[in-house]
Design a binder for this molecule. Structure first.
Ligand SMILES: *Cc1c(COP(=O)(O)O)cnc(C)c1O
Length: 377
């Protein structure tokens, strides 16, 4: 039996291994391992790709979010609005700075922040909103920016899963005040290690971010603020330069795969397919369906996941527990039932194999396995 994984990094590596070897050898020979021209070039290329004036590279997507909040001076006593249905980093960095994450429920169709509920969550202490373009699907940024402007809030886009996604023709990460990206290997633009970046049109913020990521120094050995060590190394920057040239093609391949899933799986009773919203262009970091469970029955998602496994098809649950119900956030005082949509979809979501190199035959096998799994109720 052919096993189909949820993602596959080695297939992509094989396609570009020569270019990766070449650039890696060049950098290894150069002796310039941290900072230098390779990193600067990548920052320029990435800023150009996103359509922002500045890009500040750093060590991870988590650090990008952390540094973004730091650059805005967000800290103790401040509140930051975000979604409970995301990777832990989004909220973790808020807490790391002594600020408080305020979770607002999501829309069941997009898994993204429900903007109609944001206003009710605002207080005098609210300083920023972190919308997450989850699974590569952009948040409806037009009303979000209007709302943020009306209340003088900063907008930090969490673009970790959405490099290249567009809202109203504009790449995400160029719409809010700051855009945060992750180059973790499974992201659409993935390094061969950790990496991240922040994009902005604000020269003062970019300058502050550069200082903060390098121990709070502008001038060597003069420390103006408590900073961190969060640099992107030259090897990763070189590899990312190579991969950035392929990103549009890879994102298009993901789109084709998503549309094929859409065609083959629709209609399939008991399953709700992911949706792009009008004006949004997803880059499909994940293809995440909802498997519905009839009232009182055992969880069908968990059962289908097991069945898929028996057919040799990998699938993943992003995310099984929404953040407001995580043990670390118990002190925030959220109760089960308080953010019902996030809690419900956490029981239903299942991400199917999605990576640019997934072949049509493999996809047929996934769809066959899913249909078989659904029948055996
Ligand atoms: C991956 C991810 C991050 C964190 O990025 P790292 O590079 O792993 O630190 C943050 N937010 C979201 C939504 C992510 O998917």
């Amino acid at each position: 039996m052919n096993v189909i994984p949820s993602f596959n990094l080695t297939e992509q590596y094989k396609l570009i291994s020569e270019e990766i070897s070449e650039v890696s050898l060049e950098i290894l020979t150069s002796g310039q391992y941290i900072g230098g021209d390779t990193v600067k070039q990548f920052e320029q290329q990435f800023a150009g790709y996103i359509g922002s004036d500045h890009c500040v590279a750093c060590n991870s997507g988590t650090d990008a979010l952390f540094l973004a909040l730091r650059s805005l001076g967000i800290g103790a006593g401040d509140e930051v609005i975000t979604t409970p249905f995301t990777f832990v980093s989004t909220a973790e960095v808020i807490c790391a700075l002594g600020a408080v994450p305020v979770f607002v429920d999501i829309e069941p169709q997009t898994f993204n922040l429900d903007l109609s509920q944001v206003e009710a969550a605002l207080t005098k202490r609210t300083k920023a909103i972190i919308p997450v373009h989850l699974f590569g699907n952009p948040v409806n940024m037009t009303p979000l920016m209007t709302l943020a402007q009306a209340h003088r809030l900063w907008v930090i886009e969490d673009c970790a899963q959405a490099t290249g996604a567009k809202w109203d023709g504009q790449p995400v990460g160029s719409i809010g005040h700051l855009g945060c990206f992750s180059f973790y290997p499974t992201k659409n633009l993935g390094a061969c290690g950790d990496g991240g970046a922040i994009t902005t049109n604000d020269v003062a913020l970019a300058d502050r971010l550069r200082m903060l990521r390098d121990h709070g120094q502008r001038q060597r050995y003069v420390y103006e603020e408590i900073g961190v060590n969060s640099r992107l190394d030259a090897l990763q920057a070189g590899i990312l330069q190579v991969k950035l040239r392929y990103l549009e093609t890879w994102n298009q391949q993901r789109q084709t795969i998503a549309h094929q899933y859409q065609q083959w799986l629709s209609p399939l009773p008991g399953i709700i397919l992911p949706q792009e919203i009008e004006g949004g262009e997803s880059v499909w970091n994940q293809y995440t369906v909802r498997v519905l469970t009839p009232e009182g029955a055992e969880n069908q998602r968990d059962r289908v996941k097991q069945q898929l496994q028996k057919h040799g098809v990998g699938s993943t649950i992003y995310y099984p527990i929404p953040l407001h119900l995580q043990p670390i956030y118990a002190t925030l005082g959220y109760q089960a039932g308080q953010l019902p949509i996030a809690e419900q979809v956490a029981q239903e979501v299942l991400s199917l194999p999605m990576f640019p190199e997934l072949t049509i035959e493999q996809q047929q096998q996934v769809v066959y396995a899913l249909k078989e799994s659904m029948v055996k109720t």
